[in-house]
Design a binder for this molecule. Structure first.
Ligand code: M6R
Length: 366
């Protein structure tokens, strides 16, 4: 059942190229330069006239929502707010009928996310679900939706659900950007062609597994770990930290790299591994200067870099390469090494990777 892998989590990490492909199959018609998504196309006026999009979710799905916020605003120019479902439902938020609520949930059963949907429906908002489990409660409660086609995710730590959520949300952002006239036809085509190459690039990123395992062996006994990223990769830093803490029980924090000097930099010493997402696109120079700040305080730097990078390689203790891509698609690649790093550390520490203590796969009570 684990298909020759030691754990479901590793199997699911390796399933990502196929899961992403399955998620855009039939929806992204590269040759015709088209995206077809019934859940969006059937309600296109609602989306085109939306005053803003509210995204609610929990945990990893919330991180996918944050990535989507950056992509939606950048491409489609629609204002987006992302909230923890548990906060949203209890804080008397301003919602009206021109708002669209996108609820993201792998299981489709998360109690807080469900409650947020019911509240938004009561206030007249249009609710769109992004779920993985077909026929789940959230998928039935939403007015419309789009499934991620990740297949069953058994490991409690979410992996392929995250990258396929980002894939679906990217398709939606592209479709809306096109329909709103915010991107040119040639850019739209270029983006579809690039997205089509992502599964192969994820495959390439997975090829660093042995190298990542060696890095894991060096840092497995660290009591703390910091994850930094900027822009589209800030949420990936949060996700990397969540992955490490939930399966290895090492305390980890994710931060926007520039927030370092507002507090967390005080934590840096020679004991502190700092994972920095520093792909060549997107504030690269600024991230490099953040890395210099860490280095001058003797922090240990693990850089997630674009293939062929030299600047970060010079500064960092270790680098892990991912293929080059268009900036807003980098989260689909930078996530991969962070999943593998957490996995190997947890295995080396002898933890129960697929069923970490205190956690359940779906959180059906608040
Ligand atoms: O099923 P959902 O996507 O609604 O679940 C949300 C969170 O409970 C989930 O992502 C959780 O944080 C995972 N353990 C993360 O790996």
């Amino acid at each position: 059942e684990k298909g020759g892998y030691d754990h479901f989590m590793l199997k699911e990490i390796y399933e990502q190229p196929q899961a992403i492909r399955d998620t855009f199959r039939g929806r992204m018609l590269v040759d015709q330069g088209l995206i077809k998504m019934a859940g969006i196309d059937d309600h296109i006026d609602k989306f085109l006239n939306a005053r803003r999009i509210l995204i609610v979710a929990c945990g990893t799905s919330w991180h996918a929502g944050l990535v989507a916020e950056y992509i939606f605003e950048d491409l489609a120019r629609i204002p987006v707010e992302v909230e923890y479902a548990s906060e949203f439902r209890y804080r008397n938020p301003v919602i009206d009928k021109d708002d669209i609520l996108i609820a993201i949930s792998q299981s489709g059963e998360t109690a807080d996310t469900m409650a947020a949907i019911k509240m938004a429906k009561d206030k007249g908002a249009f609710v769109f679900g992004v779920c993985n489990v077909v026929g789940s409660s959230i998928s039935r409660e939403a007015h419309a939706g789009a499934y991620t086609h990740a297949g069953p995710e058994i490991g409690v730590a979410s992996t392929k659900a995250f990258t396929t959520q980002i894939t679906v949300l990217t398709l939606i952002a592209l479709q809306l950007a096109k329909r709103k006239g915010k991107i040119s036809t040639s850019d739209f085509h270029r983006y579809l062609q690039e997205l089509d190459t992502i599964p192969d690039k994820v495959e390439k990123a997975l090829n660093s597994n042995d190298h990542i395992e060696k890095i894991a062996a060096i840092y497995k006994d660290a009591p703390n770990c910091l994850y930094l990223g900027r822009g589209f990769n800030f949420p990936v830093a949060l996700e990397g930290a969540l992955k490490l803490k939930e399966i290895s029980y090492i305390h980890a924090e994710g931060y926007p790299a520039a927030e370092m000097k507002h507090g967390p930099i005080a934590l840096i010493d020679e004991q502190m591994p700092v994972v920095v997402i520093a792909t060549r696109k997107g504030h690269y120079e600024k991230v490099v200067s953040n890395i210099q700040e860490i280095k001058s305080r003797s922090g240990k730097i693990i850089g997630i870099v674009t293939e062929g990078d030299v600047d970060v390689r010079d500064l960092a203790d270790h680098v892990i390469e991912v293929p080059d891509t268009i900036e807003f698609m980098t989260p689909l690649l930078t996530t991969i090494p962070l999943q593998l790093l957490s996995y190997h550390i947890a295995v080396m520490l002898g933890k129960n990777v697929d069923q970490p203590r205190n956690l359940a796969k779906s959180v059906t009570v608040e």
